[in-house]
Design a binder for this molecule. Structure first.
Ligand code: ATP
Length: 199
């Protein structure tokens, strides 16, 4: 699995639709200061479901929408798609190419798509769970992230190691099972109450 391309339209400094292809292996993005290099990384995190606007250097959700530039009007929405090569079936979807899209409208409403089908943020999270990719994953190391990891609390470091070891999804399943069990207990209590009234 690798990131084949990113398509950005109306996100931060990208007032025009841009399609950037990546090759397997190492890609370097070079450009003058302030030309939008970090905005590309922000766009990757944003599609993966980043909800913290501080992380992607914005003050509020709609700050990511292109606010206009030289001879260019502001836009009403932002849209970013990641094209992922999945020919090794690394991600649990049969398709050889997976397109993940996030859109935001000026109202602040977010939409997520997997292969152009409307999806939930949770579906995107589940797709990448335990893969090392994802908004909190270690695959995106932005400026200052190394220092942040070193300075993290023991609990945060444990969470990073759990993601790398691929055990996060089992924790999610365990929590779900505990919740279901306590619902069953509640139902049992209700039934016993009814039975005692009937008896
Ligand atoms: P450096 O090399 O200094 O780190 P960079 O190439 O990584 O710079 P970015 O930080 O990605 O540059 O881009 C910053 C630019 O993006 C600024 O010029 C800023 O005005 C512009 N920008 C950020 N958000 C928006 C927005 N919503 N609309 C228009 N332009 C934006």
């Amino acid at each position: 699995m690798y990131l084949k391309a990113i398509e950005i339209f109306g996100f931060k400094s990208f007032g025009e639709r841009v399609f950037i292809e990546f090759n397997r292996g190492l890609t370097s993005i070079v450009g003058p200061n302030g030309s939008g290099k970090s905005n590309i990384l922000d766009a990757v995190l944003w599609v993966l479901g980043e909800q913290s606007y501080k992380t992607i250097r914005a003050k509020e959700s709609t700050d990511v929408i292109f606010s206009g530039g030289k001879d260019k009007k502001p836009m009403n929405s932002a849209e970013v798609s990641l094209y992922i090569d999945n020919s090794d079936s690394f991600l649990p979807i049969e398709d050889e190419e997976i397109k993940i899209t996030r859109k935001i409208l000026s109202s602040g409403e977010n939409e997520y798509y997997i292969n152009d089908s409307k999806s939930r943020l949770k579906d995107i999270g589940n797709l990448f769970l335990d893969t090392g990719v994802g908004k909190n994953a270690y695959s995106v190391i932005g400026q200052g992230k190394v220092e942040r990891i070193i300075g993290s609390s023991a609990k945060e470091v444990k969470s990073i190691i759990e993601e790398a070891a691929g055990i996060k999804k089992f924790q999610g399943q365990k929590n779900e099972a505990i919740k279901n069990l306590s619902n069953v207990d509640l139902e049992l209590e209700k039934i016993n109450l009814i039975l005692s009234e009937v008896g």
